[in-house]
Design a protein around this ligand. Structure first.
Ligand code: CTP
Length: 408
């Protein structure tokens, strides 16, 4: 397990020494990269002594011609030869540079050249952390599937108190090692697959201030995204509005309406080998949304709703060799309805769940489903946490993918 540890210039830089040691204690080899600003806070010698490796300090140094040539491509070598890129402390400046792709030194060029998992542990003053600019940079970085290890609350070096303190080095090292072991242990499961997933509800506007939606929390789809990513798949998650953090290692596409979800799915379909439609797409919407707020003048308000595009059916018509999984939320005739949807929408599997019972389904952390397969079989998944159910669904996906006659 080889970890490239980028150290940014902040008071917390000294804690990166403890972090390097914590990573090594957990079996990782650590290559430290320091920014120029980090050099103001801690010396490279500290890291070199701790890790037993030369510390990388800047992109172009005052070296001889040969050395300069090799250092000019060294960031590519570092990017290719490490399993994870961890940056701690990730300063507000580094987050902004990563978010916008600025590449002026060794660490930022390594970031751009790195294709594996990126873990960022920010540390800064509370106001800097809460600033809209920092938060929107974080949102962009989360959307790229990076794992953000949130800073903790406490007394900061600047004398104020609030969120901004670097997470405990032991916790950061633990998260990094857990993530890498999960990727390794289950990589066989779905390595090489690209899973295009939809999750959550959609919101359909009635006027500029009102909308209709449904009770989907997105938890089942997010659990599937997390499970597929930890099995080594590349995951693109098209999500309606939900209150859930982006799962680690997943590319996020955020949408609001059924039409936006349809467009996002069709735009990314080409890349996918597996499509899972866990979203609770609104079936009806207003085709023309009034430009002005509807006033309360009338005694009644009648809505003339029209059907939204059926995304699952459209993917079913254009699926090629892709494996297609649909969901069916039913209040009765679970298996028969599941099979009907499997056939009409050309799916390979339908995850049918009974909604409207207490303790499972919408908004709940648990679920109980029946997997209706194109092979004619049905598999009952007993009530369990959504992450466990997600793994049972993926077990069947992997099995169906291995069947002969299926192209990638
Ligand atoms: N779905 C979709 N686009 C829509 C509606 C539904 O892609 N406009 C997908 C859902 O993501 C889900 C599946 O279709 O995977 C089944 O959704 P459901 O609402 O249960 O089925 P409907 O086709 O709407 O059928 P019915 O209303 O008859 O139950």
């Amino acid at each position: 397990m080889r970890v490239a540890l980028g150290v940014g210039g902040g008071i917390a830089a000294y804690k990166a020494a403890e972090l390097a040691r914590a990573l090594q204690e957990r079996g990782a080899a650590v290559q430290v990269i320091m920014t120029d600003a980090a050099l103001e806070f801690i010396t490279p010698l500290t890291f070199a002594a701790l890790t037993g490796q030369k510390v990388i300090t800047s992109l172009f140094s005052n070296r001889g011609a040969d050395e300069v040539l090799s250092s000019a491509v060294e960031h590519i070598h570092v990017a290719q030869s490490h399993d994870a890129l961890l940056v701690a402390p990730a300063t507000a400046d580094l987050l902004a540079k990563f978010a916008h792709g600025l590449a002026g030194d060794f660490l930022t060029t390594t970031y751009l050249a790195f294709t594996g998992p990126v873990i960022l542990a920010p540390a800064m003053n509370t106001n800097m952390w809460l600033h809209a600019a920092t938060q929107s940079n974080l949102e962009a970085l989360r959307g790229r599937g990076h794992l953000i290890i949130e800073p903790e609350e406490g007394l900061l070096a600047c004398g104020t108190s609030g969120p901004g303190r670097l997470a405990e080095p032991g916790r950061i090292a633990g998260e990094v090692v857990r993530m890498l072991t999960a990727r390794r242990g289950m990589a066989e499961g779905m390595a090489g697959e690209t899973v295009l997933l939809t999750a959550g509800p959609t919101q359909e506007a009635l006027d500029p201030v009102r909308y209709i939606t449904n009770r989907s929390s997105g938890k089942m789809g997010y659990a599937l995204a997390e499970a597929a990513a930890s099995r080594g798949a590349r995951v693109i998650l098209v999500s309606g509005p939900v209150n859930l953090p982006a799962p680690a290692g997943v590319e996020m596409v955020r949408v609001r309406t059924a039409v936006e979800m349809r467009d996002a799915v069709m735009a990314r379909l080409e890349e996918a080998t597996i499509v899972i439609k866990a979203a609770a797409v609104a079936d009806y919407h207003l085709r023309e949304i009034p430009a002005q707020k509807t006033k309360k003048a009338a005694a009644q308000w009648t809505l003339n709703l029209e059907p939204t595009p059926d995304i699952l059916a459209e993917v079913g018509r254009n699926k090629g060799g892709r494996l297609l999984v649909g969901f069916a939320a039913e209040t009765q005739n679970l298996e028969a309805e599941g099979r009907r949807k499997l056939e009409t929408k050309n799916c390979d599997m339908v995850v049918a769940n009974l909604v409207g019972q207490p303790g499972a389904g919408f908004e709940s952390d648990a679920n109980e489903v029946t997997l209706v397969l194109r092979t004619g079989e049905s598999v009952a998944v007993p009530r369990a946490g959504k992450r466990v159910v997600a793994d049972r669904i993926l077990d069947q996906v992997v099995k169906l993918r291995r069947e002969p006659g299926r192209t990638p």
